[in-house]
Design a protein around this ligand. Structure first.
Ligand code: HEC
Length: 163
C-alpha cells in the first residue's frame, strides 16, 4: 500500500472513530483503528477457538447490556464505574491506565483470556475476592460464551497468526 493511501486511511479513522458509539474521551492522540465491518466481525468470530466460534453475537450484544452501565468498550472510551474494556484480552488484570482498581484485581497476577473471563463473569466476587465489581454474575454458560465472543470481536482482539 502506498503512502497517500495510508494517510487517507488514517485520516478516515480519525474522522470516523471519534464520533458516535458510546462515547470516547476525545483526548486520544494516536490514530484509532476503524471499527470492524460486519464481514470482518464474522471472520474474527470464525477464527476464535471452540466454543467461541459457535457464539451468537447478537445474544452477546444483548448480554453486554448488563455491563454497559459500568463499562465502555470503544477504543479510548472513558472509564466509568468500571474500566474501559477495549483491548482487555491479553492485558494484565488491573492494567488499564488511569483506573483505580481494587487491590484484589490489581494484584490478581494474570492476563485476561477467555477462560479467566468465563470464571470472572460467572461470579466475580468468588473469582477475585475483594473486587469492587458489584455484579451478581451470569449463571448461563451460553450467555457467557456469547458475551465473551462479542467482547473479542468488539474490543480489538486479533487472533494469533496460525503457522
Ligand atoms: C455495577 C457496575 C459493573 C457492572 C454491571 C459490570 N462491571 Fe465489570 N467492573 C466493574 C468495576 C468497578 C471493576 C473494577 C473491579 C475492581 O477493581 O475490583 C470491573 C472490572 C471488570 C473487568 C476487569 C478489567 C481489568 O482491566 O482488569 C472486566 C473484564 C469486567 N469488569 C467485565 C465486565 C463485564 C463483561 C460485565 C457484564 C457482563 C461487567 N463487567 C459488569 C463494574 C461493573
Amino acid at each position: 500500500m502506498n503512502r497517500p493511501v495510508l494517510i487517507a486511511l488514517a485520516g478516515f479513522c480519525l474522522a470516523s472513530c471519534s464520533e458516535g458509539g458510546d462515547g470516547g474521551d476525545g483526548a486520544a492522540s494516536a490514530p484509532r483503528r476503524p471499527a470492524p465491518t460486519a464481514p470482518e466481525k464474522a471472520a474474527l468470530l470464525a477464527a476464535l477457538p471452540a466454543p467461541y466460534n459457535q457464539a451468537d453475537l447478537d445474544n452477546g450484544r444483548r448480554v453486554f447490556a448488563r455491563c454497559r452501565s459500568c463499562h465502555t468498550i470503544t477504543e479510548g472510551g472513558p472509564n466509568m464505574t468500571g474500566p474501559n474494556l477495549y483491548g482487555v484480552f491479553g492485558r494484565a488484570a488491573g492494567g488499564h491506565p488511569g483506573y483505580n482498581y481494587s487491590t484484589a484485581v490489581r494484584q490478581a497476577g494474570f492476563t485476561w483470556d477467555a477462560d479467566r473471563l468465563d470464571h470472572w463473569l460467572e461470579n466475580p466476587r468468588t473469582f477475585l475476592k475483594g473486587t469492587k465489581m458489584s455484579f451478581a454474575g451470569i449463571p448461563d454458560a451460553t450467555d457467557r460464551r456469547d458475551v465473551i465472543a462479542f467482547l473479542k470481536v468488539e474490543t480489538g482482539y486479533t487472533p494469533p497468526a496460525r503457522p
